[in-house]
Design a protein around this ligand. Structure first.
Ligand code: BES
Ligand code: MN
Ligand code: ZN
Length: 494
């Protein structure tokens, strides 16, 4: 989808559809007033008749109004004017794009970003308009023998009363890049495990590197062997697909600036290994590479917007399957950091590939490391599908990520990393065991990772509950690409 912003009058806009808001009680937004005046008070008449209530989320498509250049006018309800907040703005956008997607419109001009929204700025309104538009157009049916016709809507113009400033233009460009990053993350997440293997992810990263002139490196199992990554290799030993350790380097900042490293869990299928998972819903473990997908999506977005920052992606990728060569409960392996790990449950594979990736990340002399992983079912129990779990060894970083998530509508909630939880990982036979028992499962997984991230500022995002949806709406959400890109945009500014 194409996006642009410009100053233009709603009644003169030659567009398939012009979208304007009406408040509850019949009060017209500025754009709706202009349309009403040019169109001989036809909108007022519809309000008087009760066809338009202005209830938030309601909408009415009008065709060929006289005096108006556009073929259609979509009136959307805004609710009460003094209660029009960010949440309601999003509801209005959803109603708008549902109506537009159900129409034959090829393009539309939206007069919504001028609306006063409490506690939200112009950039935010532009961002959300573009992200939700792209979301409404998302399909993943290319593997069906007869895919549905692609959506007709492919051009969105954000109409403004005044000439948009440079910040507004930048916002459009950045939000389009974020939307592309989200799409890439969704596409990769939705691919099945027989297509999206560690090798496939490495090829995708290589394509991305070519497209944006990034540096790409793919370590093979023999390279990992030499580096002593026996924890990572203890996950892939049960799989016929070779593990890959993928790194992408984006250098948009000053040469001397230390990079931010993003580490993404890339389990292209997690059957649990010898500690095999129950069969019901196991297909969803193709989504166990959504951390990796979000890192690739974020790299795509920041490269597309030429962000002035240095960012490195590190993606450990493997399958986790049962096999004669698979790791067994009770096995003890030595990580790249030299710490030994007693494997009690082979299904806790995420932390075992991430710990070596975190050790490897240190060679980029990072300013900050953020890992993103569909790490624990316990995190879904704790936070549901609303917020991702956030852990950090530094409170400033936690606050920055929290704020970026609030702004991007991609929220996280901080969980404790207190010492008291660490003892749940004590082992009689190794430096630590992989799991900490039933209690506080998301926290003890983070505690495990924290032992490999002591030398730098670090945060961990457990996205097990937010990276994809189940049931009828089954599909990847693209989260936390909006959060990560917002965090990086904020970091590039400071
Ligand atoms: N990929 C899973 C986590 C997961 C499970 C995400 C369900 C989303 C939904 C992870 O590798 C895993 O299996 N974790 C185990 C850890 C346990 C063995 C300590 C879990 O959460 O059950
Ligand atoms: Mn697992
Ligand atoms: Zn997993």
């Amino acid at each position: 989808m194409e996006f642009s912003i410009k100053q233009c009058s709603p009644e003169k806009q030659h567009s398939a559809c012009v979208v304007a808001g009406v408040y509850q009680g019949g009060q017209l937004s500025a754009a709706a007033q202009q349309l009403d005046a040019a169109g001989n008070r036809q909108i007022s008449a519809l309000i008087e008749r009760g066809d338009i209530t202005g209830k938030v989320g309601s909408s009415l498509m009008l065709h060929t109004l006289s005096g108006i250049a556009a073929e259609r006018v979509l009136l959307v309800g805004l609710g009460k004017a003094d209660e029009f907040n960010g949440k309601k703005f999003l509801e209005v956008l959803r109603a708008t794009f549902t109506a537009l997607q159900n129409s034959v419109c090829k393009n539309a001009t939206l007069y919504l970003t001028d609306l006063a929204v409490t506690e939200r700025d112009a950039i935010w309104k532009i961002n959300q308009s573009i992200l939700l538009a792209a979301e409404s157009a998302y399909r993943c049916d290319h593997l069906k023998s007869k895919p549905a016709d692609p959506p007709t809507l492919h051009k969105i113009l954000l109409g403004c009363a005044d000439k948009p400033d440079e910040a507004g233009q930048t916002a459009v460009q950045q939000a389009s890049a974020i939307a592309d990053g989200v799409k890439l993350a969704k596409d990769l997440g939705n691919l099945p495990g027989n297509i999206c293997t560690p090798t496939y992810l490495a090829d995708q990263a290589t394509d991305l590197a070519k497209q944006h002139k990034l540096k790409v490196t793919v370590l093979e199992e023999k390279d990992m062997e030499k580096l002593g990554m026996h924890s990572l290799l203890s996950v892939s030993s049960g799989s016929r697909q070779p593990a890959k350790l993928i790194t992408l380097e984006y250098r948009g900042g000053d040469k001397k600036q230390k990079p931010i490293v993003l580490v993404g869990k890339g389990l292209t299928f997690d059957a649990g290994g010898i500690s095999i998972k129950p069969g019901a819903g196991m297909d969803e473990m193709k989504y166990d590479m959504c951390g990796a997908a979000s890192v690739l999506g974020t790299m795509h977005a920041i490269a597309e917007m030429s962000l002035k920052l240095n960012v490195v992606a590190v993606i450990p990728s493997s399958e986790n399957l049962p096999d004669g060569a698979a790791s067994k409960p009770g096995d003890i392996v030595k990580s790249m950091a030299g710490l030994t790990i007693e494997i009690l449950n082979t299904d806790a594979e995420g932390r075992r590939i991430l710990c070596d990736a975190l050790t490897y990340a240190a060679r980029f002399k990072p300013d900050t490391v953020v890992d993103i992983a569909t790490l624990t079912g316990a995190c879904v129990i704790a936070l549901g599908h609303v917020a991702s779990g956030l852990y950090s060894n530094q409170d400033t970083l936690a606050h920055e990520l929290f704020a970026a998530g609030e702004y991007a509508n991609d929220r996280v909630w901080q969980m404790p990393l207190w010492d008291e939880y660490q003892q749940q990982l004590d082992s009689n036979f190794a430096d630590m065991q992989d799991i900490g028992g039933r209690e506080a499962g998301s926290i003890t997984a983070a505690c495990f990772l924290s032992r490999f991230a002591e030398d730098y500022r670090w945060a961990h995002l457990d996205v097990a509950g937010t990276a994809w949806k189940s049931g009828k709406e089954k599909g990847s959400t693209g989260r936390p690409v909006p959060l990560l890109t917002q965090y990086l945009i904020n970091r590039a500014k400071s």
